[in-house]
Design a protein around this ligand. Structure first.
Ligand SMILES: [Zn+2]
Length: 290
């Protein structure tokens, strides 16, 4: 089980932290939704509600020649639906074999266990737990609301974090989590502080290339300057950009103030981009004189 936990964590860490950095997602206001929406959009996944009595099937993934669809039990509480949705996403991202995945409470095979870890990590990543529990001093109840998870899911996540990463016994992990639930956070905070270095290293060691950032920003905003990506002032980086298809780069220099700007020529004309650059230039000049 330890191997499964770390195997899934390694995949999520690379995937999710890269996403968080690429899209400048705030750790303070983190929820699973931006990542979930991004992936479902990328794979054109249909998300549908369904209903079976007694929550007989919590979630269902169907993959066929028409595409991929996820469905979730409409009568489940929203926090549970969120877990189900992330669990279904896990089967896809972890490239599990099969075309139908159906969830019921007794599912215990390895693909189901992996997907449960996946959902748990996406909903409650280490770096976000560190930030919310240690720095923001959030209570157990606050965390369930802010991260949109059930009490059961958060409790299990914390026990697993303490057990697998904190090397505590199962009994200790449960005791510390129970104290946190009953408003006595001291032991949990201390334990997570001990894991701090590793958690931060896991996060910091994921790098995002400026070129990837640039492509992503251009896709989203169509126009960026060195205020979005400071390395645009680097001549070598500018040369690399000039070689890219469907991306234009130019500079606007006036009154010893420089704006380097990049735009998507399919969305903006050179004149429109220049006008935007002049506005940024004006703002920069204002800031300098104020
Ligand atoms: Zn499943």
């Amino acid at each position: 089980m330890t191997n499964t936990y770390f195997k899934v964590w390694e995949i999520v860490r690379k995937e999710l932290y890269h996403f968080i950095k690429l899209h400048n997602i705030s750790k303070v206001n983190y929820t699973f939704e931006p990542y979930f929406n991004y992936i479902t959009k990328k794979y054109k996944i249909k998300i549908l509600p369904h209903h079976f009595s007694d929550e007989a099937i919590l979630g269902l993934t169907l993959i066929d020649r028409l595409g991929i669809s996820f469905s979730y039990e409409i009568t489940s509480i929203p926090a549970r639906q969120n877990f189900t949705k992330c669990h279904e996403l896990g089967h896809l991202v972890l490239q599990h074999s099969g075309t139908v995945f159906s969830e019921n409470k007794n599912n215990k095979d390895w693909q189901e266990i992996e997907s449960n870890y996946f959902a748990s990590f996406i909903l409650m990543p280490d770096i976000v737990l560190l930030s919310k529990i240690v720095y923001q001093k959030r209570s157990f109840q606050d965390l369930t609301k802010e991260l949109k998870v059930s009490t059961l899911a958060l409790e299990r996540r914390l026990v697993e974090l303490l057990y697998f990463q904190g090397n505590l016994s199962k009994i200790q992990a449960h005791e510390i989590t129970k104290s946190y639930i009953t408003q006595k956070p001291k032991a949990l905070i201390e334990t997570i502080i001990n894991l701090k270095e590793k958690i931060i290293y896991d996060y910091e060691s994921i790098k995002v290339d400026d070129i990837d950032k640039l492509k992503e920003y251009i896709k989203e905003k169509h126009f960026i300057t060195q205020l979005d990506i400071p390395s645009l002032i680097d001549i070598e980086f500018q040369k690399t950009i000039r070689k890219l298809p469907d991306i234009e780069i130019n500079t606007y220099y006036n009154q010893s103030c420089l704006v380097i700007y990049v735009w998507n020529p399919q969305k903006l004309t050179p004149e429109e981009s220049l006008r935007k650059a002049k506005i940024i230039h004006y703002e920069l000049k204002q800031k300098r004189t104020s």
